[in-house]
Design a protein around this ligand. Structure first.
Ligand code: ZN
Length: 325
């Protein structure tokens, strides 16, 4: 059993705070008021005082302390209390990982809708959206309604996306060993803001990892070993009602057998941490494709959408992906 799978017990909040890396100020966005923090962590005002004293960053807006949602997620995840919202959300999200992997290998269709919001829009302009690209892994994208015309403020993309899974484990001993080295390096999975993940050196220097950062680093190592590899973003399906906006990326690499493989290394680590009965899923993450991921055309550190209106504020992308049937 990997060490991450050992169940940890509930710890005092100051110990939990010491055990995680808070989001550095340059990447932090403090949007959750103290009441939301108490609800997420199922804790009282005294516990919040303890966390703040232990270094939980905050700022004060209209007299109320506000916190970064990633910090709150990580505190909950590593609290060992099993009643915090992050623990419940992750357990629900990864319930599939302990089931038969055969369920992840058949074709599956999704009602895929994305809303693009340019919150500080500069006016009517064309949109660029990195669409689902399930075709390169045997899937299909049908009934597409894309934002082809210039517009202001908001736009929508809709499609029916079919994904599938194929068991294609890595065959190259070099790729396997680079992957194993990464897994054994002991980086700890955390929720990390997307903009910070692009600075993958920083994420790893802090001893942490997350899907995009892990994929960017591993892709670099694969390339250094002479392989064609690229980190690509996608959507991890089954995220309940947007309660958990889990950024997804994996490494796409051309293996020695000429087959394009995906290495979803951070999901393997996360599954190992969440449950000990996920070995088969973890194995699937290392080369194979599975039907709960919708690949996109976006590279690892790229935005899913941009609006050419001149605004400097990134477009807010909100996906609503529902299983059909
Ligand atoms: Zn705009």
């Amino acid at each position: 059993m990997p060490p991450q799978a050992v169940k940890i017990n509930a710890r005092a909040w100051d110990e939990v705070a010491d055990s995680i890396e808070f989001v550095p100020a340059a990447y932090s966005s403090k949007t959750r008021p103290e009441s939301a923090a108490q609800e997420m962590l199922r804790c009282g005002p005294g516990d919040i005082e303890t966390l703040v004293a232990a270094g939980l960053p905050f700022d004060v807006q209209s007299g109320v302390r506000h916190f970064d949602v990633n910090d709150l997620y990580n505190l909950g995840m590593y609290s060992g209390r099993s009643n915090t919202q992050p623990e419940l959300a992750f357990r629900m999200l990864f319930r599939f990982a302990g089931r038969q992997v055969a369920d992840l290998l058949h074709p599956k269709s999704w009602d895929f809708q994305v809303r693009l919001d340019c919150t500080e829009c500069g006016g009517v302009a064309p949109w660029r959206f990195e669409a689902p690209d399930a075709v390169r892994f045997g899937g299909a994208v049908n009934h597409v309604v894309a934002p082809t015309r210039a517009s202001e403020g908001t736009a929508e993309y809709k499609a029916t996306v079919t994904t599938t899974g194929v068991r294609t484990p890595l065959v190259s001993s070099e790729l396997r060993s680079l992957t194993r080295d990464y897994l054994e390096a002991g980086y700890r999975w955390q929720m990390v803001p997307v903009a910070m993940q692009a600075n993958y050196q920083l994420v790893h220097t802090l001893g942490s990892t997350s899907c995009i950062a892990a994929s960017l680093l591993l892709a670099e190592r694969f390339r250094a070993a002479g392989y064609r590899a690229e980190a690509k973003r996608g959507w991890f399906c089954g995220v309940l009602g947007g309660a958990l906006d889990l950024p997804h990326a994996s490494v796409e690499v051309e293996d020695d057998d000429g087959v394009l493989k995906t290495v979803d290394i951070a999901k393997a680590q996360l599954a190992a941490r969440l449950s000990s009965n996920t070995e088969a899923f973890q194995d699937l993450c290392l080369g194979s494709i599975y039907n709960k991921v919708i690949p996109s055309t976006a590279s690892g550190s790229a935005a899913f959408a941009t609006h050419e209106c001149g605004s400097q504020t990134p477009v807010h992308v909100r996906a609503d992906i529902r299983s059909l049937r």
